[in-house]
Design a protein around this ligand. Structure first.
Ligand code: ADP
Length: 243
């Protein structure tokens, strides 16, 4: 469904992505792992055009794009296939949960308000917030706010959802409710690419793992092999220190 080949990105002359490849099939849950500063977030942001990659190729649904010179029109078209869940939720704080979820549908997708509200309610129900439609973010816990952000992603009916460390801003007792929603989406076959430090979650929910360091992929493969019998010494060290 989605393939990234040799993606490269530098900031001020420092190479942060030094030729990374990622393959995603429909229904895959891909965990992107690695130490802090290894380029995981930058990879995700380049894949969703929140940053512009310097070079690399993307093949999405059989269409090929050169990332270093992709047009605004193609970016807009590709963005409709994807959704992004940020570390810090990125909600509008002056809008209620349902308004946060429907805003993009009404403004960017030109869906009627009635239909957007119907879709938005379904999405909020799915993440367990059917009793919080009209709450403002400030009236919700961090875990609930992140679930609103996940509902917003779902309402866009994307082909893939990118998650950038979705639980790292949460207190440990609120992490579980967000991971459990993500686990449910995985069980339902949602395609997801997840940057995470939650190794237990990655080990049980993902079917593919990509381990990055210094802007490169050190090891990638099916999660079972990756977690149980990693090939590279560096992967073994990483799994050992983090667990
Ligand atoms: P990770 O997600 O693995 O922690 P990041 O992708 O956030 O890694 O960052 C990789 C490197 O790129 C870091 O050294 C970081 O400081 C740098 N970096 C990320 N974004 C920017 C930016 N907008 N400007 C300059 N440097 C950046």
């Amino acid at each position: 469904m989605l393939e990234i080949m040799d993606i490269q990105k530098s900031f001020d002359g420092t190479q942060v992505l030094a030729g990374v490849d990622v393959q995603v099939n429909r229904g895959d849950v891909v965990a992107i792992l690695g130490p802090s500063g290894s380029g995981k977030t930058t990879l995700l942001r380049c894949m969703n055009f929140l940053e512009t990659a310097d070079a690399g190729t993307m093949v999405f649904d059989g269409e090929r794009f050169e990332l270093g010179r992709i047009s605004k029109k193609d970016i807009a078209r590709l963005r409709k296939k994807t959704a992004f869940v940020f570390q810090n939720y990125n909600l509008f704080y002056n809008k209620t949960a349902i308004e946060n979820v429907t805003e993009g549908l009404i403004v960017a997708r030109k869906v009627s308000k009635a239909r957007a509200v119907e879709t938005g309610r379904r999405a909020l129900d799915k993440v367990g917030l059917s009793d919080r439609y009209d709450y403002y973010p400030s009236q919700l816990s961090g875990g609930q706010q992140q679930r609103v952000a996940i509902a917003r992603a779902l309402a866009a009916e994307p082909e893939i959802i990118y998650f950038d460390e979705p639980t790292s801003a949460l207190d440990p007792e609120l992490t579980g409710e967000v991971l459990s929603v993500m686990r449910q989406l995985a069980d339902e076959g949602m395609t997801m690419l997840i940057v995470t430090h939650e190794m237990g979650f990655a080990g049980t929910v993902s079917n593919k793992a990509v381990f990055m360091e210094k802007g490169k992929v050190v090891e990638a493969g099916d999660s079972k092999t990756f977690f149980e019998r990693p090939r590279e010494t560096r992967t073994k060290e990483f799994l050992h220190t983090i667990s």
